[in-house]
Design a binder for this molecule. Structure first.
Ligand code: SF4
Length: 584
């Protein structure tokens, strides 16, 4: 029996993982004794990641739709069929009528290969399907590494790392108990598991994290912790208005600011869920500012949800990849006739009737996938893809460090690595209309340009959005969970994840439940501007009145959020709003 080392790519921490291998078969997880930053610690995702390799529901061979049903096909037949459909579409509508999309649980080399294929096809768009919060989080700010948390005397967390980045959550909680006087502040509208461990839970109104950070800056100025002549715009902040909008007390914010600045070492950790935090790019900017102005040894740690988000961001920046928000709008506007997906499931991640209609009206929908997700339900060709554990690769982690790994085994059954599949498509489709690589600034930077308005104006926009809620509506936030990249397209198939992170429910406060006549486990109808859904009610003291939470990894619950493109050209990351009533 051998032990093989690899990496987990199910979130941006990229933990070391080890597996026991007997011959060709992976027979289980192994304790990992490497000296990496996360050695000897993995969460359930990393531990059971090898399940992906032998999962009974994996797509084991190419599939082609005949008479409305996906049926098994050989690789040559499936590739020829895909290539001839691409050629036909290119000659009828032009190669730019083809769009290509991938997602960030892929090695950097695979992402670059997707970009090369798109260029060689002359595709009109290539895009990476980042989670809504991930692109604004990494687009313009750098992140410190795990060491900043391990050594910190004070940590401030925005979000619920316990469920989004479990391994660093353990480091954060350990740091609190390492020395007497160490502290942990958690800013979260929900009494999350991370907040449960906090020295102080600052329970803000949904979406107002930027306002809390602006008030932290104000408190640092007021207490003389920040130079009086630095960042003059802070003086114009009306602290009282922002605190009211955020629903937090001045003393709590001042305590958090003072403790952070006075700590020998401190870290501010930002780990947003898919929806629930307005203007994540602003939150990241303000978090960096708080760390910068608070003196020596203060760090800002930004945690995207996806495994290779920074690698994907770099691959996109080398060419003119479009933000997925733009591609989605263009699909809905009928700009394309074909969509090729390399691992992404846009229908599960961004459920919207307009997108479903647009995709179902295309001449060609094809995917390379591990499982039959919603996108495969609309595909005419499905190619059996391999996971990152079945190929060598490298990824850029949250702190810009590069993780490299070797495959744990060759692709299962008849699956092929993404690079192999791309090579086959290139060989069969030929160069339909190659175009040179672009040196233009990438679309992600353009849409999220932080200079588009002043920090003060953006803070005011957040304040106004947080205040604008109809009286009978509840703010809707998404609960984070395991690296269910885009609604759990991969991990959602794993039994342990289904057990630990069930769907089909909503959480609401005991006060709201009483007012609405709703009891635990009642069936309730939840309605937003985009969807109406029946869910099971979980009545909780984790939320304040006026707030509802649904699993961000549950595709049907994600339909309650609007996935319209916002003013900055990207998806809103703010909370949604819903009405709820007991089902009669
Ligand atoms: S999901 Fe994240 S925290 Fe868990 S093992 Fe994988 S990389 Fe580590």
């Amino acid at each position: 029996m051998d032990t093989l080392l690899s990496k987990c790519l199910l979130c941006s921490l990229g933990c070391d993982v080890a597996f026991r291998v007997k011959g060709e078969a992976v027979v289980g997880p192994e304790f990992c004794e490497t000296g990496g930053s996360h050695s000897a610690r993995v969460c359930a995702r990393g531990l059971y990641g090898a399940e992906l390799m032998t999962h009974p529901q994996r797509v084991a061979t190419p599939l082609m739709r005949r008479d409305g049903v996906l049926r098994e096909a050989s690789w040559p037949v499936a590739i020829d069929s895909l290539a001839s459909a691409l050629k036909s579409i290119a000659s009828t509508y032009g190669p730019e009528s083809v769009a290509v999309v991938t997602e960030p649980t892929r090695s950097t080399a695979e992402l670059e290969a997707v970009g090369r294929l798109a260029r060689s096809l002359g595709a009109g768009a290539v895009s990476c399907m980042f989670e809504p919060q991930d692109l604004p989080l990494v687009a313009h700010e750098e992140s410190a590494g795990v060491a900043a948390v391990v050594e910190a005397n004070c940590v401030i967390v925005l979000g619920d790392v316990f469920f989004s980045h479990a391994v660093i959550a353990k480091e954060i909680i350990d740091a609190k108990y390492t020395a007497r006087g160490n502290s942990l502040f958690v800013v979260d509208p929900r009494l999350s598991n991370t907040a449960w461990f906090a020295s102080e839970h600052v329970q803000n109104r949904p979406g107002t994290e930027a306002l809390v950070l602006a008030c932290v800056l104000k408190a640092l100025r007021a207490s003389g912790k920040m130079a009086a002549d630095a960042h003059a715009w802070i003086d114009s902040i009306d602290e009282k208005t922002l605190l009211e909008a955020a629903g937090v007390g001045r003393d709590a914010v001042a305590r958090m600011a003072r403790t952070f600045a006075d700590a020998g070492k401190a870290a501010l950790v930002v780990a947003p869920a898919a929806r629930g935090m307005y203007d994540v790019a602003l939150v990241a900017r303000l978090a960096r500012l708080v760390a910068e102005v608070s003196g020596e040894q203060k760090a800002c740690v930004l945690l995207p949800s996806g495994g290779n988000v920074r690698g994907a961001r770099q691959a996109a920046a080398k060419s003119d990849w479009k933000p997925f928000s733009t591609l989605m709008s263009e699909l809905e506007a009928g700009k394309y006739r074909a969509l090729l997906s390399f691992g992404a499931d846009p229908l599960a991640a961004f459920p919207s009737p307009a997108l479903s209609k647009a995709i179902s009206g295309l001449d060609l929908v094809a995917s390379v996938s591990l499982f039959r997700g919603e996108f495969e339900g609309a595909s005419s060709v499905v190619l059996a893809g391999a996971s990152w554990l079945e190929t060598d690769g490298s990824a850029v982690l949250f702190d810009d460090s590069v993780a490299e790994w070797k495959s744990v085994g060759s692709p299962s059954w008849g699956a092929r690595t993404l690079s192999d599949v791309i090579g086959l498509i290139e060989a069969a489709a030929g160069q339909t209309a190659g175009r040179p690589g672009s040196s233009r600034r990438d679309g992600a930077s353009a849409v999220l340009d932080p200079s588009r308005s002043t920090l003060t104006a953006r803070i005011e926009t957040v304040r106004a959005a947080a205040a604008a809620r109809a009286g009978d509506e509840l703010s809707l936030v998404a609960l984070p969970a395991t690296g269910h990249a885009g609604a759990g397209a991969v991990t959602g198939w794993m039994q342990w994840a289904q057990d630990v992170f069930p769907g089909g429910f909503c959480e609401l406060s005991a006060q709201d439940a009483a007012a609405l006549g709703i009891a635990e486990n009642d069936s309730v109808t939840v309605e937003s501007s985009t969807a109406r859904l029946d869910l099971r009610a979980k009545v909780t003291d984790r939320l304040k009145p006026g707030v509802m939470a649904v699993p961000g990894y549950d595709s049907s619950a994600r339909a309650l959020f609007s996935w319209q493109v916002g003013e900055d050209g990207w998806f809103s990351t703010g909370p949604g709003s819903v009405r709820v009533r007991r089902k009669q």
